[in-house]
Write a protein that binds this ligand. Sequence first.
Ligand code: FES
Ligand SMILES: [Fe+2]
Length: 445
Amino acid sequence: MGDTGNYAVIDPATGKLDRRIFSDQAIYDEEMEKIFGRAWLMIGHESLVPGTDDFFHTYMGEDPVILTRDGGGRLHALLNMCRHRGNRVVRCDDGNAKRFMCTYHGWTYRNDGALEYVPGEAQAYYDALDKPSLGLIEARVETYAGIVFATWAEDAPSLEAYLGDARWYLDTVFNRRDGGMQALGPMKWLEPVNWKTLVDNCSDNYHVPTSHLSSARVQTRFLGRPPLSHEDQFASPNRHAFVNGHSLTFRDADDGVPRFVHGMSKETMQLFQEYHEATMPEVEQRLGTLRARRVQLANHSIFPNGILGLRLALPRGPLKTEFWHFVLVERDAPDELKRAIRIGSQANNGAAGMFEQDDVDNWRQVSLASTSRLGRRHPQDLSMGLGHAGPHPDYPGLVSERYISENNQRLFYRRWEEFMNAESWAQIPLDPITAHLDGTTTLRG
Ligand code: FES
Ligand SMILES: [Fe+2]
């Protein structure tokens, strides 16, 4: 690893990864500036602020942010910091308000961020306060299929360019229905893990038959789900792809079988099957035939820290991450189906999720390994599948030959280096958009 501003943590020839990036406070502080200070960050979903004057309290990295919908319906991401002394102007999780009054001295902001009222403006400030320059600090906001992203960087590319060809895959989950999606939750909890361990894990299917063996057996026995084995994983036609820092895994889906989501069981299968068949014409019109009938996004991450559908993985220090887990459901799906997905999702992922608990234990150990004086002298080995990925005629991005590969992990840490070593967005490379987004979907839904 080089000096600050000259990171070389992953060796592309060997896949060796410097462990210090998981526990070093100085590196973490620089990540907050160079990654979380300028990437497009997932901050919420439009369905969390459906009406005018609704707000939802969220975070960008460690910075508290209020997602608001103003009286004209426009979204804003506002730093929750009064411009006077810095008090928070919102102290609750969500609500509906035209204005936010700071409870220290009473400065009052509109929900578009403008500073509207200051006690004693004439008497105490002699009408000399420059109110227009003292609105709440505002980030850029854009949405993709209802998911709200924000960035502090004025020189960041558009969200469309940032997501790039990853949308080709993301659409197969987030952009299927005309009615869009609805976010339920969040469930929140803290874990003693570095934020990168879970992003890394989102393209790691290698661990599944080992780490999740007992959870999978429970699913096979009680839900009728197929058993897991290494042999099936190694023979799987599924793939990994990497675009612009986004790690994607996807299934070569069977046309006639419902798309896998949590909540499928012997009891609910018919419900999922009927929904799949009833909605396929609409999905095909929206996504085109190949994506509608043959492709399903599976585990993935949106750089830097958007994972598992809509989950905010909020860094809280090198060895602490706060999870906000939402369940996304298609708004026009039958209530019975939504209920099955919600219960199934929480049984697998979430604070008490069976699979989640298997995973968190791994992430915790991996994070802690980097605090060992001796252990950190020895790099991680991410050499699996080196030299076995490249362009593919049907699938955009850099595609691995096999489902089980560490190509996405190597490229994720390279993307991390690109952000950490760049002085500005002009130095961060972006893949050109080349994928054919067949069908009628757009960035906005
Ligand atoms: S800190 Fe907000 S009004 Fe003084
Ligand atoms: Fe897992």
